[in-house]
Design a protein around this ligand. Sequence first.
Ligand SMILES: [Zn+2]
Length: 226
Amino acid sequence: MRAIALLAAAVCLTAAEPLRVRLVTGGHSHDPEFYSVFMGDPRIKVTVEPHPNAYRGSRDRIDVLVLYDMIKAAGAPAREWLRAWVESGKGLVVLHHAICSFEDWEWWGDEVVGARYLNSPSRGMPPSTFFHDLELDIQVVKKHPVTAGVDNFHILDETYKGMWFAPKLELLLTTKHEKGDGPIGWIGPSKNARVVVLQGGHDKNAHLHASWQRLVRNAILWAGNR
Ligand SMILES: [Zn+2]
């Protein structure tokens, strides 16, 4: 009994420690309000690291990688670092324009993110495009820890259109807006890492939106196995 109590105490202690989050920026301007989503939450401890420095060094002191950068191509060292990250089974959250990164890296788009923004014609498809400042109705289509406490919501945000998507994505959020593709949030297809992708998040209209903030925090906690 005493052993069980001690074990329970140890588990509680571990669970109380904040997740160590590396937030990767760079390659795309953004509103400073973006950082408000990471403040004041004792469950997460965020360090901001611009690329390409973010994709090197020890991975041991990071629990969840949150990408809000945009980088066209990755050199071999960055690819190796990211591949090792994914294969280690750790958490990854891909936000908004980070979906457009690593266009030339098929494994990343096909097997990790589960979507590819096409900057040029590819796979028999024309280039993808984007639309700013759309009034979007977002539907929560699956009960999941990432959507916990989030109901259908309305938001002013950007959509991408004409992206390639992996088959059988685990969809969490969609929109029926004609200037969107449908999927707005999903679980990536990685067999190892816990990957959450949220397509929205262009500017402060999203960054300060309670539902978007909740989704991002939920995504970090789920990706970090909490
Ligand atoms: Zn944007």
